[in-house]
Write a protein that binds this ligand. Structure first.
Ligand SMILES: [Zn+2]
Length: 207
């Protein structure tokens, strides 16, 4: 029986590279996968799943108007559906995915953030936490210490911000994976040092 999976993690927890890996594993067995991502994500190209280690793949860019059941039902011979940036889906779309799993018997693997930069659930993540058959956390370390990062600190021009729009697309210079303690008390000197450098390349530079 197919299942609906939700793998969540903070920024830079390896979600995109995991999707590319899973896709590869299917394809070496001559099985087709359908890759979807959010049209909101324009960090590289719209309709591209890009990992931090440089691997990229095209994906179908979806908006909150798309009927995911219809989209997937139109495909021929799909062994699995892989979805990046799943937090941006609507509840209706998550319900459509449950029908894909239950009626079409196609496994759906979704990957995304759980909480936004202000520690509210994203709509897609909230629905996935309720409806997914299997939920797994993908772990990454806090940018400032060795604890697990469970939150994402948003930076605007290097300054932590604690209010604003839920959706603000950005990469490693805009968000840092952090533990709860460092979400509330980020190391401002480390942030300042880092923003003076040529750029943020990896959270590990903080350590
Ligand atoms: Zn920390």
């Amino acid at each position: 029986m197919a299942q609906l999976f939700f793998r969540y993690g903070a920024m830079a927890s390896g979600k995109s590279i995991e999707i590319l890996k899973v896709a590869h594993n299917y394809e070496v067995q001559q099985r087709n996968v359908l890759l979807l991502t959010s049209a909101l994500d324009n960090r590289t190209e719209v309709g591209e799943i890009a990992s931090r280690i440089g691997l990229t793949r095209p994906a179908v860019a979806i908006t909150d108007q798309d009927d995911l059941f219809a989209l997937i039902d139109q495909q021929d011979d799909i062994a699995a559906v892989l979805i990046d940036e799943a937090q941006f889906m609507t509840k209706e779309q998550v319900l459509q995915l449950t029908h894909v799993v239950d009626e079409l018997n196609i496994p759906v693997l979704t990957f995304g953030l759980k909480n936004d930069a202000f520690n509210n659930l994203f709509p897609g993540s909230e629905a996935l936490l309720i409806y997914a058959d299997k939920i797994e956390e993908m772990k990454t370390l806090c940018s400032f210490c060795g604890r697990k990062a469970t939150m994402n600190l948003r930076l605007n021009d290097g300054v932590p911000v604690y209010q604003g729009a839920q959706v603000q697309i950005g990469g490693d210079d805009s968000y840092l994976p952090v533990c709860r303690r460092h979400y509330n008390h980020p190391d401002l000197e480390a942030i300042a040092r880092r923003s003076q450098d040529s750029g943020f390349t990896a959270a590990a530079e903080f350590k």
